[in-house]
Design a protein around this ligand. Structure first.
Ligand code: OOG
Ligand code: NI
Length: 462
């Protein structure tokens, strides 16, 4: 049973996110440079865009902005995935969504571990995009067996981490000292290793199959491969990156620039080439990169279907993978196709394209319980008793994720897999079902409506 002497999982997650960021900044100085650039840009945007500043104050996002980041890891076995699920559960993170990357030629499927309730997200929105390698896609059976053996030989968790996970499961939480120890132990799983567990030739063989396979199989653990701060204006950061010695990828992934941002836009800089000692020789490996993201409103199934349709139409018309060479045309096509997506919160709400949160205004509070209060949400908004704000998207996008993977693997690494999506297999490895993110957004929206009704002294609102 959780008890008063236990630290809240939200606090552990917050502490872990900070510890991870400190470790990564130390290991990858460019991440520090990017963080500074994002902080400068965010400060400027908040000074100039007062409506946005007000929106972020109302939703509370302003308080989480500076600590907001996501990371990514790639795991090798079902057992690793099941244990990481337990590790993240200690800090209140659950697997949300299923992403199949094989259509894009990346031999993994993934989920995102994150907090699921708006109050927990407010305390710390830290997320980890977690991929599981699909070894069954290695056609060379000898190489597949080698990879399996290499993975079977490693243990990516410290004994201390495993003991504290068990203790937390048994007792329903950790006290302050154990929580601190847990953070330090858990961090070890994500650390970079300068030595590989395979020879240079074995590494080459794995890499020839797919660079991602080498990245997972050749090392002692699933090093965090990027950590992504959230910016309020990704185009400004993208433009300013070269001035800081950072070269961004050619196109920003996700929707085009809009007045009312939707879902998620992302850009990254290429993975660094880092010196590695193989068991028999010196060499190098590139895996770690930098990324930034801008988050917009979460879309309903209807909005998401429209997003997917417009994205596919633009990509079909481009007729190729977006690259440096066709970046301008891609941007133009995206802007053109997305004309069909209303760029106005009111229209998005009325057409049920996006999720929103509702807040009682001061006027509404003052009118609490009055008999002449309107009885519908729409009318309460019209009369200024209720305000509406976009509900931020907390998840990822499979096409964007594939673009981020690809930009770091090089075009040569593009492969085609016949295998289909296998959510059942993934969840079997995970040891539980993944949570449907659309359900979470719907619940948060509904809770905000119920809170409004309560604050206004009204029965349920339509
Ligand atoms: C994960 C790439 C996906 C994102 O932000 O979409 C991702 C990886 O490279 O392991 O992080
Ligand atoms: Ni990412």
């Amino acid at each position: 049973m959780p008890s008063a002497r236990h630290v809240s999982p939200d606090e552990i997650r917050k502490g872990f996110s900070k510890a991870m960021s400190d470790m990564y900044r130390e290991e990858v100085p460019l991440y520090g440079a990017l963080m500074e650039l994002v902080a400068e840009t965010n400060a400027r945007v908040l000074e100039t865009d007062l409506a946005l500043a007000q929106q972020l104050h109302r939703t509370g996002e302003i308080q989480r902005l500076d600590m907001e980041r996501h990371g990514a890891i790639r795991l090798g076995t079902a057992e690793e995935l099941a244990t990481i699920r337990r590790l993240f559960a200690v800090m209140g993170m659950q697997p949300v969504g299923y992403y199949d990357l094989t259509p894009a030629g990346v031999p993994v499927h993934s989920t995102a571990f994150r907090a699921v309730h708006e109050s927990a997200l407010q305390a710390s929105p830290f997320r980890v995009f977690t991929s599981l390698l699909r070894l069954e896609l290695i056609e060379n059976l000898e190489l597949r067996a080698f990879a399996q053996a290499a993975l079977a030989n490693r243990s990516i968790f410290t004994p201390g981490a495993l003991a504290l996970i068990e203790q937390s499961e048994k007792d329903g939480g950790l006290n302050a000292a154990d929580a601190e120890a847990f953070i330090q132990h858990a961090l070890e799983t994500f650390r970079w290793h300068h030595t590989a567990t395979v020879s240079a030739a074995q590494y080459q063989q794995l890499s020839d199959q797919h660079r991602l396979i080498a990245d997972v199989v050749a090392f002692k653990g699933p090093h965090i491969n990027h950590l992504t701060p959230r910016t309020l204006d990704i185009d400004q950061v993208q433009t300013a990156m070269p001035g800081k010695g950072i070269t961004p990828k050619a196109v920003i992934e996700g929707p085009p620039r809009r007045q009312c941002p939707i879902l998620l836009r992302q850009t990254s800089f290429k993975a660094l080439d880092e010196a590695i000692a193989f068991t028999d020789a010196k060499g190098s490996h590139s895996a770690r990169f930098g990324e930034i993201e801008q988050r917009g409103v979460a879309l309903t199934p209807k909005g998401r279907a429209l997003y997917d349709e417009l994205l596919n139409a633009a990509r079909d018309e481009l007729g190729a993978f977006p690259t440096e060479a066709n970046a301008r045309r891609y941007t133009a096509l995206m802007e053109q196709h997305f004309q069909a997506f209303p760029d106005d919160h009111r229209q998005m709400r009325e057409q049920e394209l996006a999720f929103f949160r509702y807040f009682v205004t001061d006027k509404g509070l003052a009118a609490r319980g009055r008999a002449d209060l309107p009885r519908t949400l729409g009318a309460l908004i019209e009369t200024g008793h209720v305000d509406v704000e976009p509900l931020v998207y907390e998840d990822f996008l499979p096409v964007s994720a594939a673009g981020i993977f690809q930009s770091n693997l090089g075009d040569a690494a593009q492969s085609h897999y016949a295998a289909n999506s296998n959510q059942v297999e993934f969840e079997k490895a995970l040891g539980r079902r993944t949570i449907d993110e659309l359900k979470l957004y719907g619940e948060t929206q509904q809770r905000s409506i119920m809170e409004c009704a309560q604050a206004l002294g009204l029965p349920a609102l339509a």
